[in-house]
Design a protein around this ligand. Structure first.
Ligand code: GN1
Ligand code: MG
Length: 533
């Protein structure tokens, strides 16, 4: 491999993938995300970027994921996975954005050249990526799989043959690792009732089916919304985002779900998970990311105590401002809780500071991280009673069933099932840990969302000046009221979130704040949504 940029090869290929004019791309929380038909040039450039990242990191494998995630089918995205199976390092998000926006092939090559020099990337280093040739990268196609499987694979490849080997670097290895640990964790527990799984008509249907085969009778999965080849079906009236935002059952499950039976929804790339059940009166109850975090963290704390490791291993929680106030109150009375800005990378990094960090976004994306020191402690610890030994083994098996690289709906689902089996909980007992405050999320279309700036983990606005004081004034009038406003990182809108002790009040507060925001920044009165107060 040459030690300078193969300019001719890049030019020839790049000219087949010119950037569309008048589009600005932004590498954000969800990678590059926009209509799939606008992404051709971005796909090409991301391939080069991934190869350069691999070279910069001495040939470590980098992952490239193409997915619509929880969004409608045409609304696609591409994102990179770093060597440890984590999200792309923040500084490179800016480099990615710059390269993607170079207007022509020549400008792109100039930008690449400058980039390689500034970061002192040694082009003679090998590069291993999923899918690229212009820059001489070694590529491996992981095929059609879930986002969390790709994260798993990247970590497995990069740790192969080391003492931290993460598992066999294949989808089969992933399924084997999870299912083996799950079976050990539920061995001897009463039979688990079958679980209904809404696959959002996405790739979770394929991997879910394979997982189901591995689990056999230990846990029967009844897969629904598995139409992965039906145009327009992805995330349409189903999936984790539909359930979380509309706070109701996917209509396709209405005739399926029996009262008391638990069910869950994945999103299109199977990195988000929301549980729910219908009570005896047919009323829908949602068990979202906050409920999952609560269930799981309490269980892990209990196990550390039973293992005799109380005071030795600290369990902590990471949430965002969107976490339901009911969950934050319940958890803060028991454990350290940290609030960080929206976006999984923020949660993941904060969770790394705990011995065991449990992080979940309310929308169902999250996982549990065991620090290297904790893993070491668990493997060397000598329990002094049989009960301690059992609890210790459970903790060790939990580190195997949990995909620690990233939020993983299928892995989280197994984790939830383990806890429910151990506690003999149905959805009802789980749900009763705390009561969710009624809440409402509203989108506000504004002329320019970049004027919205926040502080305090996005809970307060510092710009536009004066607006926060007006929001505070409104919030004070509502019992149990809380509201905040922040610009979305993935859509051209500003989001308003509000909660209050009663449903009607939460709605009213949200629509009042939305109206306030709209008017304050010069929203067109003729287009003002009717529900804004
Ligand atoms: C309120 C909400 O759910 N926001 C989502 C959404 O981000 P926004 O910045 O709010 O557009 O997409 C992110 C990426 O999937 C996810 O991390 C986040 O939780
Ligand atoms: Mg997703």
């Amino acid at each position: 491999m040459a030690s300078s940029l193969p300019v001719d090869a890049i030019r020839e290929l790049s000219q087949k993938h010119e950037k569309p004019a008048n589009v600005h791309f932004q590498y954000g929380t969800a990678g590059f995300r926009t209509l799939g038909n606008l992404l051709d040039s971005v796909m090409f450039r991301v391939g080069i970027l991934a190869a350069l990242r691999s070279k910069r990191l001495d040939g470590k494998t980098i992952g490239v994921m193409i997915t619509a995630s929880h969004n409608p089918e045409p609304d696609n995205g591409v994102k990179l996975v770093d060597p440890r199976g984590e999200m792309l390092e923040a500084a490179w998000e800016t480099h990615a954005t710059n390269l993607a926006n170079a207007p022509t092939t020549d400008a792109f090559i100039d930008a690449l050249d400058a980039f390689v020099k500034i970061l002192r990337i040694d082009l003679s280093k090998p590069a291993r990526v999923d899918g690229f040739k212009a820059i001489g990268a070694e590529a491996r196609n992981a095929g059609v799989t879930t986002t969390p499987v790709l994260h798993y694979l990247v970590k497995a490849i990069n740790t192969k043959g080391t003492k931290d080997a993460y598992g066999d670097d294949s989808e089969e290895g992933y399924l084997r690792k999870l299912s083996t640990a799950f079976k050990k964790l539920v061995a001897g527990k009463p039979a688990i009732p079958p679980l209904v799984v809404d696959c959002a008509n996405g790739v979770g249907a394929i991997v879910g089916e394979k997982l189901s085969e591995k689990l056999g009778d230990t846990l029967k999965l009844i897969l629904h919304n598995t139409a992965i080849n039906t145009a327009g079906a992805l995330n349409n009236a189903c999936g984790a985002d539909f359930v979380k935002t509309s706070q109701r059952l996917p209509p396709s499950l209405a005739s399926v779900l029996k009262p008391g039976q638990r069910a869950c929804s994945l999103d299109g790339d199977a990195d988000r998970l929301i549980y729910y059940y219908l009570d005896d009166r047919g009323q829908f109850h949602m068990l979202d990311g906050d409920k999952i975090a609560t269930l799981v963290s309490t269980f892990i704390v209990d196990l550390t105590k039973s293992a005799g490791l109380e005071g030795e291993i600290q369990v902590g929680i990471v949430q965002t401002a969107y976490a339901n106030g009911g969950s934050t109150k319940y958890l803060s009375e028991r454990l350290p809780v940290k609030c960080v800005p929206t976006g999984v990378k923020h949660l993941h990094h904060a969770a790394e500071h705990y011995d065991i960090g449990v992080y979940f976004e309310a929308n169902g994306h999250g996982t549990v991280l065991f620090s290297p020191e904790t893993l070491e402690k668990l493997s060397s610890y000598q329990p002094s009673t049989p009960a301690q030994s059992t609890a210790l083994n459970h903790l060790i098996n939990l580190t195997q069933v949990i995909n620690q690289t990233v939020g993983d709906a299928l892995s989280d689902m197994l984790l939830v099932e383990v806890v429910l089996a151990h506690k003999s909980y149905s959805g009802v007992e789980w749900d009763s840990l705390y009561v969710d405050l009624p809440n409402r999320l509203v989108k506000v279309v504004v002329p320019d969302r970049s004027i919205f700036k926040t502080e305090d983990a996005e809970r307060r606005l510092v710009s536009p000046p004066g607006l926060q004081a007006k929001i505070d004034e409104l919030v004070r009038r509502y019992d149990g009221g809380r509201a905040f406003v922040r610009p979305s990182g993935t859509e051209d809108v500003v989001r308003v979130y509000a909660e209050a002790s009663v449903r009607s009040q939460a709605d009213e507060l949200a629509f009042r704040v939305a109206g306030l925001v709209y008017d304050e920044v010069g929203g067109d009165p003729a287009k003002r949504p009717a529900e804004f107060l």
